[in-house]
Write a protein that binds this ligand. Structure first.
Ligand code: ASP
Length: 439
């Protein structure tokens, strides 16, 4: 049961056309506590369609290079024109397009232009719902470094006080010098969390086009179970490993005040979705399994490494000098491995190995590419006796060779590294073992 006001963020796929917007409207009107509405820009209506935000980026780029930007601009004008017409909302598309052209020309960064999809959709939704429109350019503040300024919560909280419905467009805020800045892609999720906190909402509903989180990738395990409930921490670990339903940074504003997030599906509004909470009763130790390809492992061997002062520091300094951040660093007495993502390593591999040979004088150093990492995540997993054994047993039963294991100090997570080609088989085997169900 909902106890207090609710913030509802609607993703681009849930606002792609008039029929979608009508569904969102029915959801909002169906519960008087749903009062703070955060829309994304309209997304794709079908696979071959373009997202409004992508068209805006294209518009900016063409205009910046001095080329004809009329194609994306006309497509945007037509989308909003059709949408407003179908919804019966009075909307002067031409006036908005002229304003965006003129103002956009004053900005070298794409942020202003990119933010206009949310801005226009917010104006449209506010009119449709008879809601107050709150422009983030006036109350979602970034500091000089581009981080959210906490004074936002007070300023935005004031703008959201009073009765009735409020619409706050997602994705952007304002820099100290008055320039518009966006969050990274998918950032309306972050705005939703900021609005939930500033408005003291008791719940943050994130409306999208899926029924919440699945225990693993449905492309690997068709019909995979939905996750009913998971903690902020479990979500962090799963999304770090590639489970993408919610923006990575969306939990931070709500986590501090413990506002739960409910991922819901606009196409199935009665389905309960997934709840993300501060604490949960764990009935089953494993809540999700996420895997990602594209890692390499640098393995360094040196007799008596454990006694050598500063060895680890020297290795990490080398990586730092090449600008390569590392993901994991499992070690034993005479070996240490550093796992890096291929994106981070780029083409620095051979030079990094040379530098390690020179500065650390190892007995052996080797770079092994083609690693996939799989995180098996669940609260208190590590504390449960037999979990690691079950995981390893499942992998050996599936004939998967484990190249590395990292249990870290998190109670929530066991990470194994396998050959990239084994990723799917490994995920399936772990899922079957922990759900005791054939996938
Ligand atoms: N419209 C933006 C994007 O496509 C932000 C969002 O949808 O959350 O990334």
């Amino acid at each position: 049961m909902i106890m207090g006001p609710v913030t509802c963020k609607f993703g681009g796929s849930s606002l792609a056309d008039a029929a979608c917007v009508r569904r969102a409207e029915a959801i909002i009107k169906g519960e008087p506590l749903r009062r703070f509405i955060v829309p994304s820009a309209p997304g794709k209506r079908c696979d071959s369609d373009k997202k409004i935000t992508d068209l805006l980026y294209a518009w900016h780029e063409l205009a910046e290079t001095g080329l004809d930007a009329s194609q994306p601009r006309d497509m945007i004008a037509e989308r909003f024109g059709v949408l407003a017409g179908a919804l019966g909302v009075d909307f002067d598309v031409q006036m908005h397009m002229d304003e965006i052209s003129a103002e956009g020309a004053r900005h070298t960064e794409p942020d202003y232009m990119a933010s206009r999809g949310e801005y226009l959709n917010g104006l449209l939704m506010a009119q449709l719902l008879g809601a107050a429109f709150v422009d983030p350019a006036e109350c979602i503040y970034f500091d000089e470094e581009g981080h959210l300024d906490p004074k936002t919560y007070i300023a935005l909280g004031e703008r959201l006080s009073g009765d009735g419905l409020f619409v706050v467009p997602g994705f952007y805020g304002v820099m100290p010098d008055g320039r518009i800045k966006t969050f990274s892609r998918g950032g309306s999720d972050v705005t939703g969390a900021i609005v939930a906190r500033a408005s003291n909402s008791s719940l943050y509903e994130n409306w999208t086009d899926v029924n919440g989180f699945r225990m693993t990738d449905p492309h690997i395990v068709p019909g995979v179970r939905r996750i009913e409930e998971l903690t902020y921490q479990e979500l962090r670990e799963l999304s770090y490993m590639g489970a993408k339903v919610l923006h990575d940074e969306a939990i931070f504003p709500v986590r501090e005040t413990g506002i739960p997030i409910n991922i819901r599906n606009t196409n199935e509004p009665d389905a309960p979705g997934t709840m993300i909470v501060a604490r949960r009763e764990s009935t089953e130790p494993v809540c999700g399994i996420a895997g990602r390809k594209g890692f390499s492992m640098i393995t360094i061997e040196k007799a008596l490494m454990n006694r050598e002062l500063g060895f680890g520091r020297r290795v990490l300094t080398i990586l730092e000098e090449f600008g390569v951040s590392f993901e994991h660093m499992p070690s034993s007495i005479d070996t240490v491995s550093v796992i890096v993502s291929d994106d981070a390593l780029g083409n620095h591999g051979p030079a990094v190995l040379k530098a390690i040979e020179r500065n650390c004088e190892p007995d052996r150093v080797e770079l092994c590419p083609g690693l996939a990492l799989i995180a098996t995540v669940g609260q208190g997993m590590v504390g449960h006796i037999g979990m690691a054994a079950k995981l390893m047993g499942a992998l050996s039963g599936a004939g998967v060779n484990i190249r590395v294991i990292d249990q870290g100090s998190s109670e929530n997570n066991i990470i194994v590294g396998v050959e990239e080609n084994d990723l799917e088989a490994a995920v399936r085997a772990i899922y079957e073992a922990f759900t005791e169900r054939k996938a």
